[in-house]
Design a binder for this molecule. Sequence first.
Ligand code: ADP
Ligand code: GN1
Ligand code: MG
Length: 381
Amino acid sequence: MKAPAAGSPVAPGEIVSAFAIPGDCVSIVPFGKGHINDTYLSRWRGADGAGPAAGYLHQRINDKVFRRPDQVMENIARVTAHLAEALRREGLGDIGRRTLTVVPARSGENWHRDRAGGWWRTYRFIGGTRAEDRVESSAQTGLLGAAIGGFQRMLADLPPPPLHETIPSFHDMRYRYRQLDGALAADAAGRAAGVGAELAFFAANRERGSALMEGLENGALPARICHNDAKLNNILLDDATGEALCVVDLDTVMPGTALFDFGDLVRTVAATAAEDETDLARITFDAGQYRALLAGYLSEAAGFLVPAEAALLAEAGRNLAQIMGLRFLTDYLAGDVYYKTERPSHNLDRSRNQIALIRSMDAVWGEINRITMEELEKVGL
Ligand code: ADP
Ligand code: GN1
Ligand code: MG
């Protein structure tokens, strides 16, 4: 077989046999809407050809984003084993659908490198589920909060050593502002002239965005293992019940503040439109959803949150929306080098969307605080 040209990616069909999967591969198709990795679903039939074909999910890990994919996989192997053990202890059935299962490569590693140097991993595909960009019903919302609260709770006793920091300074607002400054100065895609209003918004809000990181740095907020990408479409919903079933996309599980995860949930679940909705009039903050989400989160997290964390719960959603808005704008200025995009304005649309959401939260800030106090009081915090 001819070696691929430098930089050209190896197709998934070529790597699936490197993983310890029984039977014959009958199909491979691109899958999902993640912004970072290349994801494929394969189907396999056993030797007798009987029964439904088993599914596996293969991902080419984005090694521009994750500089040490081996460390990412070391983290994920530890985290998934620990979660499976915790779920077993809690007597929950169907563990293989409630947490990811890594399928090792035949080499014994939990990753495989292709002949072009690409990094691959495989999970069991969790069938009968879907990932959504918008919450479907308020009945779902509390369970989404509980899924992330439970994820944090179950990982609180992960034994040492600490997890690798797979992306340094990931939610550090000041670092994200410096990246925006750099992208603006370079103006690599010649787009700076068109983003004056967005730059003005972020400049005006530069200071208030630092509360979470400052709390982590001065020790007021405890460092906990958290997901760090706890948005709605990283939680699989059960097709049969619509309930939150499994938290996926574990690449960024590492120490942070629990508020990063709650904030990511708030900006994606309590928003009335998807993250890339372009009709800004449709993007508002839904206070009822926020209350249900918070109540669900607290049903798991009230037992471990300290008062300093409780005091910043209301701030978390605004904060994470600000980080995302900044990062989308930075990538737009840089020429769409980080996130996957479907149109030239996609990152700008996403940034404007997050700004609209922050504005909508600001408009009901008093109500957000009141709801937060009421829900905290109910759980004695
Ligand atoms: P990215 O890092 O690019 O966002 P994800 O790990 O989030 O990639 O995977 C992309 C999508 O694939 C997820 O949003 C989810 O819809 C789906 N997915 C991920 N892992 C599984 C799995 N084991 N079973 C079923 N669906 C999955
Ligand atoms: C990326 O991989 P995905 O699509 O689940 C990003 C998150 C952003 C998110 C915005 C490693 O998440 O930080 O919040 O896009 N992940 C990484 O949708 O940068
Ligand atoms: Mg994802």
